[in-house]
Design a protein around this ligand. Structure first.
Ligand code: SAH
Length: 206
């Protein structure tokens, strides 16, 4: 079923072989608590997880990961740990992952899950709008919830030459934006089409 999913993602336009390989190796069903969904875990769909959140659609995970343009050893900040599936994809690609989750029960559950499965990542319960200043700067920042705007802290914590991937917009659809920090004070934005995410929750401190 995993191999079939990889075929589907390739057909939908994912070309990064390392990303496809990671998705082909990670047991996605183990990231979904409700075993009623396990038979569907390798369909290209989002599913419900705890706290009214969702595990992202595999295509979205693959698209965002590909867009990051990861290099081995990169330091990556993820906002919205959720189930930890995206976190596991990043860990398997050989980058150092830092991930923040707003819902405490989800953070606790996912910390245990990733530890048990042997994926290395540094997790915390907190507010992603603030980034994680103690570990900044980051080579890449990945937001996995729909943000109403691009938080200043996330741009500020990006290394020069680094990239922030963030779905921006309120309501039912978000625009996938890549922000490249091309100099200490210069940020270049590109748009990569419409996606659908659960909202990035307040606090909305800029
Ligand atoms: N990467 C996850 C996606 C989960 S959905 C996965 O593959 O499972 C997005 C997650 O972002 C949810 O778990 C939600 O609780 C979290 N989130 C929302 N607002 C946040 C914020 N301000 N800071 C950190 N996490 C947030």
């Amino acid at each position: 079923m995993r191999r079939q999913l990889v075929v589907e993602l390739r057909r939908k336009g994912i070309t990064d072989e390392k990303v496809l390989d990671a998705i082909g190796r990670i047991p996605r069903h183990l990231f979904i608590d409700d075993s009623a969904f396990h038979v569907h875990a390798y369909e290209d769909k989002a599913f419900p997880i705890a706290c009214g959140q969702t595990i992202s659609q595999p295509y979205t995970v693959a698209f965002q990961t590909q867009l990051l343009g990861l290099r081995p050893g990169d330091k990556v900040l993820e906002i919205g740990t959720g189930s930890g599936y995206q976190t596991a994809v990043l860990a398997l690609l050989g980058v150092k992952v830092y991930s923040i989750e707003r819902h405490r029960p989800l953070y606790l559950e996912t910390r245990t899950r990733l530890e048990r499965m042997g994926y290395k990542a540094t997790l915390t319960h907190g507010d992603g709008y603030l980034g994680w200043p103690q570990f900044a700067p980051f080579d890449k920042v990945l937001v996995t919830c729909g943000a109403p705007f691009i938080p200043d802290a996330l741009q500020a914590q990006l290394r020069t030459g680094g990239r922030l991937v963030i779905p921006v917009g309120e309501g039912s659809a978000q625009e996938m934006i890549a922000v490249d920090r091309s100099g200490p004070e210069s940020f270049e934005r590109q748009s990569f089409g419409a996606f659908r995410f659960v909202p990035m929750l307040a606090d909305r401190a800029r």
